[in-house]
Design a protein around this ligand. Structure first.
Ligand code: NAD
Length: 343
């Protein structure tokens, strides 16, 4: 029997491609794991009428964690209203912290002058505007509710401070719009400040999302750990991915107290499906986060080092990196190059 059982969601669109690349790297790394593909995704909804089938939930329940490829969600307003697979899993498995590091990678050309990016977005992952409480009041009026709970605000604040301590960071910034959304974000700010009293070794502050958005572009070194609500975190983390050089490079983890799921920040990029074109780095670095979660730090470091070697060499040799890095390689070729550089 393997040391770990990992439930794998291949995803939709370009998801299966980046998952295959990632599994090849993990298999080459010598990780002692059984990878079990499960029925989850828009494809599963179309085939079985459920975006996560009963058998998938069962396998998840028997696994150490989930490795998830990006999945497609049909846009509301169309015929199909399917709740996002990611949101379904995050809420049902109570994976309340979405951790999205923003880190410069060697050799990658970025849209700003900042080459030493290093901050982490900790996004509340189970409530806020993504709680899914929406109504059609009439043909002419629709409403979405923003739901915050004391438990939700407390635990995400604590998670941010604990992560800051663990990673020897200095400052935790709460991002809200408490001047306008006074009830919900005012509540969150008060709870965050109360939690901060237990972390006198760390600086803390709260700023509004509009200013945070500008700072992210003009002075990203202002940030160390950002704690924020679901929608703001979603929007800010794509901006952070842009800073790093694109969505193809941005990994993520969905963390709960007892379980975790690892997925890239990007979506299923369906327009590139079948072209083996999209960058596998974000998904592979999400697997690196999974390896660290499992305590396999040596393997994690080895994989990350190999990815960085390819990115660095790729600055000169465009045949080994994908189109988003101005390269010509398929994701299969880029994965071959990563595996070649593993010890
Ligand atoms: P997207 O992230 O899929 O793609 C936006 C653009 O970013 C792409 O067209 C491409 O130019 C670039 N990109 C994305 N991934 C890349 C990669 N690995 N390498 C290089 N470039 C990459 O966002 P979208 O087009 O807004 O959404 C497409 C679908 O994905 C939607 O159905 C959406 O709901 C879903 N989605 C899923 C998740 C998830 O599974 N967690 C997250 C975001 C979006």
């Amino acid at each position: 029997m393997s040391k770990y059982k990992i439930a794998v969601i291949e995803g939709d669109g370009t998801g299966p491609e980046v998952i295959q690349c990632t599994l090849r790297v993990l298999e080459a790394s010598g990780l002692d794991a059984e990878f079990v593909p499960i029925e989850a995704g828009y494809w599963a909804y179309q085939k079985f009428g459920k975006q996560v089938t009963d058998s998938a939930w069962k396998i998840i329940g028997e696994s150490n964690c989930v490795l998830k490829g990006p999945t497609t969600t049909p846009t509301g307003g169309g015929e199909t209203r399917m709740k996002s697979v990611a949101v379904t899993l995050r809420q049902k498995l109570d994976l309340y912290a979405n951790v999205r590091p923003c880190k410069s990678r060697p050799g990658v050309i970025t849209p700003t002058k900042f080459t030493d990016l290093d901050f982490v977005i900790v996004r509340e992952n189970t409530e806020g505007l993504y709680k899914g409480v929406e109504y059609e009041m009439s043909e002419d009026e629709v409403v979405s509710l923003r739901v915050f709970t004391r438990k939700g605000c407390e635990r995400i604040s604590r998670f941010g401070f604990e992560l800051a301590r663990r990673e020897k960071r200095k400052k935790v910034t709460l991002v809200t719009k408490a001047n306008i959304l006074q009830v919900t974000d005012g509540f969150f700010t008060n709870i965050f400040n109360k939690v901060a009293e237990n972390y006198s070794d760390l600086e803390h502050e709260d700023i509004f999302v509009d200013r945070a958005n500008m700072y992210m572009i003009t002075r990203p070194d202002y940030f160390d750990v950002i704690v924020t609500s679901n929608l703001f975190g979603d929007v800010l983390s794509d901006a952070a991915a842009g800073l790093m050089g694109g969505l193809g490079l941005a990994p993520g983890a969905n963390m709960g107290d007892k379980f975790a799921m690892f997925e890239a920040v990007h979506g299923s990029a369906p327009r590139y499906e079948g072209q083996k074109k999209v960058n596998p780095t974000a998904m592979i670095l999400s697997a690196v986060m999974m390896l660290k979660y499992l305590g396999e730090n040596k393997i994690a470091e080895e994989v990350e080092r190999a990815v960085d070697k390819v990115l660095l060499e790729g600055a000169k040799n465009k045949e080994i990196v994908t189109y988003d890095l101005d390269g010509t390689a398929t994701n299969v070729k880029m994965t071959d190059e990563i595996i070649k550089r593993m010890e």
